[in-house]
Each structure stands twice: as C-alpha cells, then as structure tokens.
Design a protein around this ligand. Structure first.
Ligand SMILES: NC(=O)C1=CN([C@@H]2O[C@H](COP(=O)(O)OP(=O)(O)OC[C@H]3O[C@@H](n4cnc5c(N)ncnc54)[C@H](OP(=O)(O)O)[C@@H]3O)[C@@H](O)[C@H]2O)C=CC1
Ligand SMILES: O=C(O)C(=O)CO
Length: 324
C-alpha cells in the first residue's frame, strides 16, 4: 500500500508508519502543489494523508479512482465531499480530541486579547505611540460573570466553556442542532435558539463544524442582533463569517470587538483592513499549533492509515457508514 503525504508532519507519525513497513512518500518540495500536481501524485497512491485545505471534491474522487482511504491531518473535514467518499466506500479519518485543548486555548487567548485590546496596544509601542499614562485610554472590559455563547458546543466548545467558567465564572449558553447533555450537566450550559444566542452573548465563540448551509452565517443581520459590547470569536472556519460585514460591525459600534484564528479567505492579505483595527485580533490559523497537539495529530493520522493497512476500521473515522 502506497501512502502520499502532501506536506511534512511530525516524526511521531512518520515513524509509526515506517515501523509497519508502509511505503510512504512525503512531498519532497517545500512548495504547495498545484491542483494538477496534487491529483497526479494521488493517482499513483492508495492513500492520501492530507495536510491543509485541499479541496477533496467529487472531481478529485473521480480523478483518483485508485484511492482506498484518506487520513486527514485535522479534525475538520469540511474540505472533503463525504457523499463522494461514501459512494466509493472510501473511509475518511480525522484527528479528534487531541487538539481540543490547544484550539480552545487560542479561542480563550483571543477573547482576552480582544477584551484588553492587547494586539493594538502592542502595535502602539512598535509604532512609537506609547505616551504618558492616560486614565481614559486603552480601556478594555472585564469578563467576570458575563455570558459566553457557544455556536457548536462539541469537543472544542466544551473546553472553551470550561475555561471561561473556571477563569471568569461566565454563564454558558449554546446553540447546536441537538442538546449537549454533558455540558448541561457539567457546566450548567443552557441550550438556546440561534436568535437568543446572538442577543444574549457578551462573548460569542464559534466552534461548530462548517458546512455550506452555514456559509457566512455571521453576517450583517447576525451582527446587528448582537449586543454592542459583544466580542465575536471565530476559531472554527473563516467561511462562518462575512468579512466586509464584520468590518462594518467593528467600525460602526455594532459589536465591540472580534478575535479570529480563521479568516475568509485564508491566507489573509497583509493589507486587509481588519488588521488595522484597534478592536480586532487576528492569528494565522494556529489553533492546533502546539508540539503536543501536532504530535498527537500525527499519531492519530498514522493510526488511521495503519488500520486501513491491516484491513481494520479506522479508529477515528468521520464516515463510519462506509463499513456497513
Ligand atoms: N483553528 C484551528 O486551528 C482549528 C479549528 N477547528 C475547527 O473546529 C471545529 C470543531 O471541532 P470539534 O469541537 O472537534 O468538533 P465537534 O464535532 O466535537 O463539535 C462541533 C459541534 O458543532 C455542532 N454543530 C454542527 N453543525 C451545526 C450546525 N449546523 N448548527 C449548530 N451547531 C452545529 C455539533 O453539534 P450538533 O451535531 O448537535 O449540531 C457539535 O457539537 C472543526 O470542525 C474545525 O472546523 C478544529 C481544530 C483546530
Ligand atoms: O484540525 C482542524 O480542523 C484544523 O483546522 C487545524 O488543526
């Protein structure tokens, strides 16, 4: 079985695959492959270990009829057309849980960074604008006892809610398609409809899986229903928000601030107007970027491939229906 890894991953995963004698090819160039180059190499392999946001759509599956499995180096699987994989009985593996702490840490970091204007204040020093102490300048807001609203309270959302409750005694409300009974029991999280999530959250943090039907759900209409002191945090996928509408909301006192680890599109251009705002903190999609999380992700991805190699079910599979 031949495995193609389109960008290098931590050694922990490579070693596991090598120990099993699995034939792997890691993209030898530092460059991102063009779509044609990527497809050509996938055609020559049985399994793809995919790092980054390649679009694994129906066209991809049609062009790569030999593929027997996909191991994603991510928990999110929005870039894969799952019905196309299912049609061909191709299992798709992901890396759940191991990155929940790291990603929720970034959501928490952004929340505080926005509340205390920290990125902007740092830029002020760099730009020679640190002047004498002024009682009315650089004022942020405290989060104690405020309401955290989570859109998509699953693994990462739970970790975020737990931290916010422990650190600031925040009240938790959330909106999912179904109830998260564990969060209701452990964190006293209250299920609300989407409109209530918008109108009652002091901090609204997005942690849902992305799918087309939620494209730019956080747009002008949604921001208009939020509190004027609200902080919007998105560490899930950039396509959840409309960036022009977010800019409008941030510059017209519709909402108070925003923290983004994901942008729409990615990568963000360096002259994006959001980068110049005092009330917006942006990071370049580093949610899972810790040694601990990335090593563990590499192990999960390798375990998924090893299972395929041994004719077993992938231990972390997003389309278990292919095994029925
Ligand atoms: N910034 C980064 O580096 C990272 C980003 N991510 C992103 O975070 C996402 C979440 O990961 P994780 O917590 O592990 O996933 P989970 O599946 O554990 O949680 C996702 C939650 O979203 C809810 N949800 C899904 N669809 C909808 C919807 N249409 N409306 C409302 N709620 C919805 C689900 O509940 P229900 O089914 O009941 O609706 C579920 O509780 C990933 O898919 C990925 O996009 C992940 C890791 C790193
Ligand atoms: O896992 C994911 O979905 C990411 O976005 C990166 O870790």
């Amino acid at each position: 079985m031949k495995v193609f890894i389109n960008k290098n991953i931590p050694e922990a995963g490579i070693l596991l695959l090598q120990e099993k004698g699995i034939n792997i090819t890691v993209n030898p160039t530092e460059n991102v492959l063009s779509r044609n180059e990527f497809i050509k190499i996938c055609q020559e392999n049985d399994v793809l270990l995919n790092v980054g946001a390649n679009n694994l759509d129906e066209d991809f599956f049609q062009q790569c009829p030999n593929l027997k499995g996909i191991a994603l180096f991510s928990v999110g699987f929005d870039a894969v057309n799952i019905p196309s994989a299912n049609k061909r009985k191709i299992p798709v593996g992901n890396t759940p849980d191991v990155l929940s702490r790291a990603t929720s840490d970034i959501a928490f970091l952004l929340m505080q960074s926005v509340a205390r204007k920290s990125f902007y204040s740092h830029k002020k020093i760099i730009n020679g604008k640190w002047e004498s102490f002024n009682a009315l300048e650089n004022l942020g807001q405290e989060l104690y006892g405020k309401t955290l609203g989570i859109f998509g309270l699953g693994r990462i959302g739970f970790e975020m809610a737990q931290k916010c409750k422990a650190a600031f005694g925040m009240n938790i409300i959330y909106h999912n398609r179904s109830h998260n009974e564990n969060a209701e029991k452990e964190l006293d999280a209250k299920y609300v409809d989407f409109e209530t999530l918008l109108s009652k959250s002091d901090v609204l943090s997005v942690h849902s899986n992305y799918s087309e039907e939620n494209n730019e759900l956080f747009n002008k209409n949604a921001f208009a229903k939020m509190k004027s002191n609200a902080i919007f945090i998105n560490t899930a996928r950039g396509k959840f928000h409309n960036e022009d509408d977010l800019f409008y909301a941030l510059t017209n006192n519709v909402i108070w601030g925003a923290g983004l680890d994901v942008t729409n599109p990615e990568p963000m251009k360096k002259d994006n107007p959001l980068l110049s705002l005092s009330n917006c903190c942006i990071l370049p999609h580093i949610g899972s970027a810790t040694y601990e999380a990335r090593n563990a992700m590499a192990v999960c991805a390798a375990q998924n491939i090893i299972a395929l190699f041994e004719n077993k079910k992938m231990p972390f599979c997003v389309n278990e229906e292919v095994y029925l």
